[in-house]
Design a protein around this ligand. Structure first.
Ligand code: ADP
Length: 317
């Protein structure tokens, strides 16, 4: 049976998994990233984690077809070089695919996190059988992986899919992490939910989420829980966020006419609370034919989308 390794590199931890040909995780483990020690240190830890995986699963390197990496940042899929990963300092122009291939003699590819999630959903999740879909993640930021005619779209410089930076306001608006203002991400990501929650409190609106947070920080998770318990302010926040996302998505739906929009990321764990206003807005604002033919669903692979998708990068599409 064909086996592959998927490796999801994050700012805090590196997740590693052995994945079978049905996308099932046979073994998984994680090691700390320790980015501050320099990328060579992390690469050595990753190599050791690969050796440990082989040892613990009794898998010879000849039985492993491919290794794939997912990074939160700019990567060059063709050359296997990590260009820049803002949350993993020191990873600038690191030829990780070549370093791993030289060590293990197993074909290795890399891609960014959302594209790996899209590939995972395409092969084994909510995108199975679809030719055209958008896989969107809503967490600290908003990103997307696009699948057109059954293929991942990377663009001219591996920069396609930045759905979070669709502009929703011509001038002004909230400042975005990208340096511009008025981006979808600045209106509707996890931090935007938190900012809105504090604004309501400042505006004198008593809300359940401030009580639930106690002395701690308000998080999107807490706002979602308050909404589930019926708090009208928390419900309103999710309606507003869903509406912003729905408006941003309407433009992309009009452009691409996808069969599905698959929504993942931590904030999408809130389920219908977020999906419902998104669906309503798309029905109201997208062009009628494209709007009527798109299905908006929750991602299926959750936290494992990255490792599963990464494992499929070599000859995966
Ligand atoms: P990152 O973008 O940093 O990788 P995630 O996609 O994991 O992060 O999203 C993390 C965010 O998801 C946190 O802000 C957390 O509060 C939020 N979150 C987690 N579970 C839920 C939930 N059930 N409802 C709403 N938000 C949630």
């Amino acid at each position: 049976m064909k086996k592959r390794i998927g490796i999801d590199v994050g700012g805090t931890n590196v997740k590693i998994a052995l994945v079978d040909e049905n996308g099932k995780i046979i073994y998984s483990n994680s090691v700390p990233t320790y980015a501050k020690m320099g990328y060579e240190y992390t690469v050595n830890n990753i190599k050791q984690a690969i050796r440990d995986l082989m040892k613990e699963t009794n898998t010879d390197s000849k039985a492993i077809d491919a290794i794939g990496f997912d990074f939160p940042g700019q990567v060059d899929y063709q050359t296997g070089v990590v260009k820049l990963a803002p949350n993993i300092p020191g990873w600038v122009n690191v030829p990780i695919a070549q370093m791993i291939e030289e060590e293990f003699h197993i074909p290795t590819k890399i891609d960014n996190d959302v594209r790996c999630a899209a590939l995972g959903e395409l092969k084994f999740g909510a995108g199975r059988g679809c030719k055209n879909f958008i896989c969107m993640t809503v967490g600290t930021g908003i990103g997307s992986g696009l699948v057109i005619d059954g293929k991942i779209v990377r663009g001219a410089a591996n920069a396609a899919g930045e759905l979070g930076h669709i502009k929703l306001q011509m001038q002004g608006g909230p400042l975005c992490g990208c340096g511009d203002t008025g981006c979808l991400e600045a209106f509707a990501s996890g931090p935007a939910i938190v900012a809105m929650a504090y604004d309501y409190i400042k505006g004198g609106k008593a809300a359940k989420f401030s009580e639930m947070a106690g002395d701690g920080e308000i998080t999107p998770y807490i706002v979602a829980k308050a909404a589930e318990e019926g708090d009208p302010v928390a419900k309103r926040i999710f309606e507003i966020v869903g509406e912003y996302i729905g408006i941003g998505l309407s433009s992309v739906i009009n452009l691409l006419n996808p069969e599905k929009v698959i929504i993942g990321g931590g904030v999408a764990e809130s389920g219908e609370l977020l999906l419902d206003p998104i669906r309503r807005t798309v029905q109201e604002r997208a062009m009628s034919v494209a709007g009527a033919s798109v299905e908006i669903v929750q991602a299926e692979l959750g936290n494992s989308a990255g490792v599963i998708g990464a494992s499929m990068l070599v000859e995966g599409e």
